[in-house]
Design a binder for this molecule. Sequence first.
Ligand code: CUA
Length: 330
Amino acid sequence: MKGRPTILRCLLTFGALVLAGCSGQQSALDPAGDESEAVFRLFVAMVMGGAVIWLGVTALLIHAARVRQTPWTAEKASALIAWGGVAFPIVVLLLLLGYAIWLMPAIRPWTPAEETNGAIAVTGEQFWWRIRYPAGEGRPAFETANEIRLPVGKPATFSLEATDVIHSFWIPPLGGKMDMIPGRTNFLTLTPTRTGVYRAPCAEFCGTSHAYMAFSVVVMEEEAFDAWRSRQIEGHASIANEGRQLVRRHGCLGCHSLRGAQITGGTAPDLTLIGARQSIGAGTLANTVENVARFIRSPSSVKPGVKMPDFDMLPPADITKIAHYLGGLK
Ligand code: CUA
């Protein structure tokens, strides 16, 4: 009798662990958007339907093997195969197909032309995300990188492109995937319903650092979002700061841009307000001064295949000053 409570305890622990895996920043099983909610409903319907069918088939098997004493007649066996093996799967698959087609408008809403014009343009690059917010409501367009901020409750349309190879745009808590294909623009509309910070991994193998290519999604109240957007447009006032001088002198702005600075490059991730981002290196490292310094010193050891060269020839004190300066850009 001692065995049963132990088995029960094991099952409960296992169940709790499995359920714990359902929540989190990158879980499609913890929906925070209209589209992911629809996908989640389809998933639950399929799992529950599958469980019921599995139980039915198992019961039939036990009945045939253990309970039934006499064999089936040929006629009855044919009828069982016709109903259970042909008719039943057809009905179940047709029901699932009907349900999926009915859900489609919610999962992939058609994007009207006026919304595609105001879309947030996201470009996949090896191995980071270029993000351009469009001009609107009297405000200019601006660029950022590796972090998307959205106001809660408002549909956001994304136009998705790639410059080099195919990447895939996927914010699991908000909705399904959409490929980013060089030479083509895809559109995707998502409506976040809950504020929070989410993680979005690249979902298509795109090279050596595919696993180090993610972005953060911060869903905010509209007021906070507006303040963030104004701050982005404003950029950083030109102040005499040693870190800033070093960023210029060591040529960082030949590739990176920094709104408010005199020279700005556009081939590498935009650094405006980088100190306020959730992570650095496109979701690779926590955003700390030590990690920024580590990345500057040797990006290739953090992200194999990265296009930024190592800057380990710079004096360590300069790297630290630059890292402090960037960390303070909020
Ligand atoms: Cu980009 Cu995988």
